[in-house]
Design a protein around this ligand. Structure first.
Ligand code: ADE
Length: 224
């Protein structure tokens, strides 16, 4: 997997890249690189945004700035880059990121993530340079960087070798193994704590019963 993140704050991703599962994925040959819109802006003084036509508060990321950054990176018209890789604009109003979408993205060889800032993107960026708009929830972040990290986190942990134990992704919340339902509850030692006992079945060593109990718990949680 080859991920390019276009951002005004590439430094934010330094911390992210050091986290264990991300570092593992990178050590296994996957790539996560940041491109700073400011490095290629055609405007003077490092300008990247502008006031919205029609008035209103805040600033909007300019289409010419994003085009320059994409052209510098891919050496072609950004309109055509979409034929080779998914180009995701991170916006609060986009398609909600959920487990099926994560799986879809994790199967891609390459992704480009465009982070917006302030009031967001000039709409022509989304329309002409992106293949899609994705949201991590119906709330507004100060920018797309945290949303890009959430997306990368969830996609990278799906890739073989990112997690210590491959079973983690097979039977986790919203997986096919659990028929799309939330995960069952987990317990560890001590078996009894302040009178709060671990369900007896989990201590029984009876795998079929444990399995049936877990599936039932997952199903019950999915109802609420
Ligand atoms: N940018 C600002 N808010 C966002 C959100 N909720 N999801 C994705 N990108 C965003």
């Amino acid at each position: 997997m080859d991920i390019d993140v276009f951002t005004l704050f590439p430094g934010w991703f330094d911390w992210f890249r050091e986290q264990r599962h991300v570092a593992n994925a990178l050590a296994n040959g996957h790539r996560l690189e940041c491109v700073d819109y400011r490095a290629t802006t055609p405007l003077s003084g490092g300008q990247v945004d502008d006031t919205p036509f029609g008035g209103g508060a805040g600033m909007v990321l300019r289409v010419d700035v994003v085009e320059a950054a994409l052209r510098a990176r891919y050496d072609r018209d950004p309109v055509d880059v979409r034929q080779e890789r998914r180009v995701v604009a991170l916006t609060p109003g986009g398609r909600l990121l959920d487990e099926p979408l994560v799986r879809e993205l994790a199967a891609e060889p390459a992704l480009t993530l465009l982070c917006g800032r302030y009031e967001g993107f000039d709409e022509r960026i989304v329309e002409h340079f992106a293949t899609e708009a994705i949201s991590i929830g119906r709330y507004v972040l100060a920018g797309g960087e945290l949303a890009a990290m959430v997306l990368c986190d969830t996609v990278l942990r799906k890739l073989p070798g990112a997690l210590g134990d491959e079973r983690s992704v097979v039977e986790e919340s919203f997986s096919e193994a659990l028929e799309g339902g939330p995960e069952y509850p987990h317990y560890t030692r001590p078996a009894s704590y302040r009178g709060w006992d671990v369900p007896e079945v989990l201590l029984s060593g009876h795998h079929a019963r444990i399995d049936a109990w877990r599936r039932e718990e997952s199903r019950r949680r999915g109802e609420t």
